[in-house]
Design a binder for this molecule. Structure first.
Ligand code: KIV
Ligand code: NA
Length: 264
C-alpha cells in the first residue's frame, strides 16, 4: 500500500476528495483504522481526557504523546501520522524544537500546535528544520481557561473575521494542514476556500476538506461526555470495523456531519 503523505493530502483537497481522520492512541486500533482506509491518524492530547480521565488536556506530557505515537506508528502502514504538541511544550523555540524532535523520532510525520499568529515564527522554524506543522484554530482546548469553558468560537462577526485572519497567517507561515474545531459551518467553509492547504473539521460543518473525530466519541465510549458534533457509529452498526467503514463513507459522501452535528 502506498503511504499517505502531505502531497497525497494536498491532492485530495484539490480533487475535492474528502479526507478522513480519527484520533488513535494504540497499535491495535491504529491497525483497524488503517485497514479500513482512514487517511490521517492523530495522536491527540485528547488522550488526557479519554485515556487518562482528566477534565481537560492541560496535564498531558510530551512523554505521554511520544509513548502513544510509537504504538500508533507500529500499527500504521498507510495513514499519515500526526502528533499533538501538548500544553506549554512549544512556548519557547528551544522547547519547541526538542519536543518536536521527540515526537518525530517516535514516528510522527507532522506535529500539531494550537493557536493563532503568535505561532508564525514557531511554524517557520519547525519547517526549516524539517518538521511539517498542522495548525489548530477555533475551540483550542489548551486555552479552555482563557475561553471560560469549552465553547463554540467565531460566532460573532468580529471573532469570525479574526479567526479568518489567523488561518491565513498560519497558512502563510507554512502550515500544511489546519484543524478547525467548533466553529460555525459558514466560517469553516470560508476558511477552507480561502487557503490552499487541507482543512480538517471537528464540529465545523460539512464544507471543510475533511473530518476528524476522537475515536472514543465515534464509538460512543468516552467517559463522562458526548459532544454534540460527534456521532456514535458503533451504536448504529454494532461492530467496530463496520462503524469505521460507515464513518469513512459518510464523510466521503458528505452525509456526516449533518446539521444536527454542526453549529450555525
Ligand atoms: O486532541 C485531539 O484529539 C484533537 C482533535 C480533536 C483535533 O486535537
Ligand atoms: Na488536541
Amino acid at each position: 500500500t502506498k503511504k499517505v503523505t502531505t502531497s497525497t493530502l494536498l491532492k485530495m483537497k484539490q480533487d475535492k476528495q474528502k479526507i478522513t481522520a480519527l484520533t488513535a492512541y494504540d497499535a491495535s486500533f491504529a491497525k483497524l483504522f488503517d485497514e479500513q482506509g482512514v487517511d490521517v491518524m492523530l495522536i491527540g492530547d485528547s488522550l488526557g481526557m479519554v485515556l487518562q480521565g482528566c477534565e481537560d488536556t492541560l496535564s498531558v506530557s510530551i512523554d505521554d504523546i511520544a509513548y502513544h505515537t510509537k504504538s500508533v506508528r507500529r500499527g500504521t502502514e498507510r495513514a499519515f501520522v500526526i502528533a499533538d504538541m501538548p500544553f506549554m511544550t512549544f512556548a519557547t523555540p528551544e522547547q519547541t524544537y526538542q519536543n518536536a524532535a521527540q515526537l518525530m523520532a517516535a514516528g510522527a510525520s507532522m506535529v500539531k500546535v494550537e493557536g493563532g499568529d503568535w505561532l508564525v515564527e514557531t511554524i517557520k522554524g519547525l519547517n526549516l528544520r524539517g518538521v511539517p506543522v498542522c495548525g489548530h484554530l477555533g475551540l483550542t482546548p489548551q486555552s479552555v481557561h482563557v475561553f471560560g469553558g469549552f465553547k463554540v468560537q467565531g460566532r460573532d462577526d468580529l471573532q469570525a473575521e479574526k479567526l479568518f485572519e489567523q488561518a491565513q497567517a498560519l497558512a502563510q507561515a507554512g502550515i500544511q494542514m489546519l484543524v478547525l474545531e467548533c466553529v460555525p459551518s459558514s466560517l469553516a467553509e470560508k476558511i477552507s476556500k480561502a487557503i490552499n492547504i487541507p482543512v480538517i473539521g471537528i464540529g465545523a460543518g460539512p464544507h471543510t476538506d475533511g473530518q476528524i473525530l476522537v475515536m472514543h466519541d465515534m464509538f460512543g465510549v468516552s467517559a463522562n461526555y458526548m459532544p454534540k458534533f460527534s456521532k456514535n457509529y458503533l451504536d448504529i452498526t454494532g461492530d467496530m470495523r463496520t462503524a469505521v467503514k460507515m464513518y469513512i463513507e459518510e464523510v466521503r459522501s458528505g452525509t456526516f456531519p449533518s446539521a444536527e452535528h454542526s453549529f450555525n
